[in-house]
Every structure is written in structure tokens, then in C-alpha cells.
Design a protein around this ligand. Structure first.
Ligand SMILES: [Zn+2]
Length: 158
């Protein structure tokens, strides 16, 4: 968290024009940069979970409200009937392969901030590549450290 604010401060120092994009999450109060088109808004949520959580809550509310209507109730009855006939349960759906996942929204946020800083369009794919490379380097460095420790232990023994 401290590191995050160090980076944010240094970005704003080098790009004072982005100060107007600095916003505070209305939910968790963290500071983050928003796209200039939203710079005037005060009701924003951060891309570190609050925005997604809010969106999910809203969509649940919408579907609860829908299934409370007559049309929704009829549809649900039909769906349940179909499911019982086919013997298909929601649990039967295998979870999506969790190959490598960054929290939703983070990559998009990083791409947006990078675009603002660099003054060009930085795609999410580009950000993902950078993140993957950084993670690989990180784990390589860790492995080298471990190898070194193991070698030291073998040499000097316990
Ligand atoms: Zn937040």
C-alpha cells in the first residue's frame, strides 16, 4: 500500500496535469487515477475491487427484482422445470481454468494509467505481457536466491 502511494505520488509529480484525475474511492477511500472523462465525478469507486463488488451487487439486485415480477416468476418456473427434466445442475458446470488470473479491473486500470502517462494507447494485452515478464523475473530471482542458500548450506553444513 505504501509502495502504491509512492508510485502514485511520483506519477503526479512528473505529470501535474494528471492531478485533476486523482479521485478517492467513495467506498474504501483509497486514492486512484480516473480517466480524464470522469475527472469531474465525485461518486467513483476504485478499480481494486469496490467497482466490481458494486457492479455485482447491482446486477444481483436487478435479477432479484426481475424474478419478483410475474414475467420473471414464470420464466424461473420454466427454467427450473427444464433443469429438473434434463437433470442438469449448475454444479455440473466446471469452473473456468484458472490459468493465471489478475484481479479483474487491475489490468484495465494499469492500461488506462499507462496510457495517460505515456500519452498513447497502451492495451491491456501489453500490460499483461509486462506483468507476466515481471512475475517471471521475480520468480527467477527467488529461485536464484534459494539455489544460493542451498549451496551455502551444503558447503558449510548444519
Ligand atoms: Zn475502493
Amino acid at each position: 500500500m505504501k509502495q502504491y502511494y509512492v508510485v502514485l505520488r511520483s506519477v503526479l509529480r512528473s505529470r501535474p496535469d494528471l492531478r485533476r484525475c486523482l479521485r478517492r474511492c467513495r467506498h474504501c477511500r483509497i486514492f486512484f487515477l480516473t480517466h480524464p472523462r470522469n475527472a469531474g465525478r465525485r461518486d467513483l469507486r476504485c478499480p481494486f475491487g469496490c467497482r466490481q463488488a458494486h457492479r455485482k451487487r447491482r446486477s444481483t439486485e436487478r435479477s432479484v427484482a426481475y424474478y419478483a415480477t410475474a414475467e420473471g416468476k414464470a420464466k424461473k418456473k420454466m427454467q427450473n422445470g427444464k433443469r429438473a427434466q434434463a437433470g442438469v445442475h449448475a454444479e455440473a458446470n466446471p469452473p473456468a481454468p484458472a490459468a493465471l488470473e489478475f484481479p479483474t479491473g487491475i489490468v484495465g486500470y494499469a492500461a488506462m494509467v499507462a496510457s495517460l502517462i505515456e500519452g498513447r494507447r497502451v492495451s491491456e494485452a501489453e500490460i499483461l505481457q509486462v506483468l507476466l515478464r515481471a512475475m517471471r523475473q521475480h520468480s527467477m530471482a527467488r529461485r536464484r536466491r534459494m539455489d544460493y542458500l542451498v549451496a551455502q548450506l551444503q558447503q558449510h553444513g548444519p
